[in-house]
Design a protein around this ligand. Sequence first.
Ligand code: FAD
Length: 500
Amino acid sequence: MLDAVTSLPSTPVRRVVIAGGGTAGWMAAAALSKVLGKALQITLVESEEIGTVGVGEATIPSLATFHRLLEIDEREFLSATQGTIKLGISFENWRTEQHRYIHSFGTTGQDHWTAGFQHFWLKGRERGLAGSYDDYCIELQAALHDRFAHLQGYRMNYAYHLDASYYARYLRQLSERHGCRRIEGKIAQVHTDAATGFITGLQLERGELIEGDLFIDCTGFRALLIGQTLGVGFEDWSHWLLNDRAFATQTTAVRDAVPYTRAIAEPWGWQWRIPLQHRVGNGVVYSSKYVSDEEAKARFLATAEGEIIKAPFPISFRPGRRMECWNRNCVALGLAGSFIEPLESTTIHLIQRGITRLMQSFPAVITRVGIDQYNTQLADELQHVRDFVVLHYAATERRDSPYWEYVANMTLPATLQHRIDLFRQTGTVFHAPQELFAENSWIQVMMGQGIVPRHRHPAPDLMGDAELSAFLGSIAKRVRETAAQLPPHMDYLRRYSPAQ
Ligand code: FAD
């Protein structure tokens, strides 16, 4: 029956069907079954024959919030996923070849009531009173010296590296404990209602029909429901994000895991190294327009360390987003909804945001305004993340290949151009509440990529040299002393959460 106001079916949403059992599917199942499991009937369908994308092992600190919601014990989680701590990303060869900087979590320095810390640091540099910008951030110093611990009196801001297949298995256990029903099988057909276009059921190859009121498309790049069935269009961002292919593999560890991800730029893309307790996740991301598959793979194999555990497997993708991640009675999460390349490890976070928003606005019945609200918020978040990732390419000094030549000269999204101009001219950044990356991230990456502000806030001029020197010096000393208390990352982790 159609609702007289919305002209949408007025069926109460009771049966939720999740299509796909990768990270997106199991994160959705775990959260929905924990929070709304008593009110809803939740079913997840996954195909072992198709499998998952097999990558996605670096996260950002917001995952801890998701884990709090699920009441996940950190020690148990780290053991179950062979996880390690991530304090940031080491960007190597991005600004120029041989240059390195770290984008760390946490904050740098201490804001004064008048202006951001960077203005005081800039004045300190002018006066020869300041060290490197890196000297004022505990997380960055801990990463640089391969150290970590949970400290009394200071909570380090950190994320995790995790084994994606173990994580899905772990979330599956949690979901099933909270009543989620799992069905193994390949979806052969998606049934829709002829009048409304709403999805009514998923027909498996073996004939079984799984009916539902709300469908969550977690079928990865296939986008079986939102794309192939409902025909929701895709906004392509490949003119800003050139990479469209990857090879991924797993190798044995040749040294203790460091508490950061490595992103190593190449003349046509970049390589990642994600250190876990039991192995290393590696890969190369590249643009098929600028390098052949053979050359990218050869370069990757020539530089990979350790024994190969899993042969390199190819992945093709298209950067961009669905025009609507919620359409009719289908919500797309994960790769089915959008993909901004993995440079800043943002996809798992965006899955989490999609799930949280869905739970907060969970529909009694599906409404147009509810759908619009969800899509508008998600579009804003995606645009912000896209801009941040594009920044790493746009602000390079590299000109050594056609690839870097292109990205250094491309026309940027107006929103990003504005941020760069503002920082370059005034030393200021802004951060809206819903935006993922805060001032510290923007400043670290802009400075790391070589953007130097031409002007700064006048507030530091109110301080004399002695006062400014004492202000900067006391922060650097606190950072140094805190970092010095920390044990080596893996020594700590072996004691804190021994691998299973
Ligand atoms: P998938 O893992 O592909 O899962 C799809 C599921 O749908 C599978 O269970 C499959 O069996 C099922 N399915 C599909 N079709 C059918 C069918 N017909 N019938 C039944 N079941 C079906 N994200 C991060 O946050 N950090 C990272 O470091 C990171 N690195 C990445 C590196 C690369 C190269 C790429 C491509 C992505 C990376 N991502 C990263 C993104 C990350 O991989 C995904 O966010 C995450 O794995 C979620 O994937 P998914 O669950 O959407 O899709």
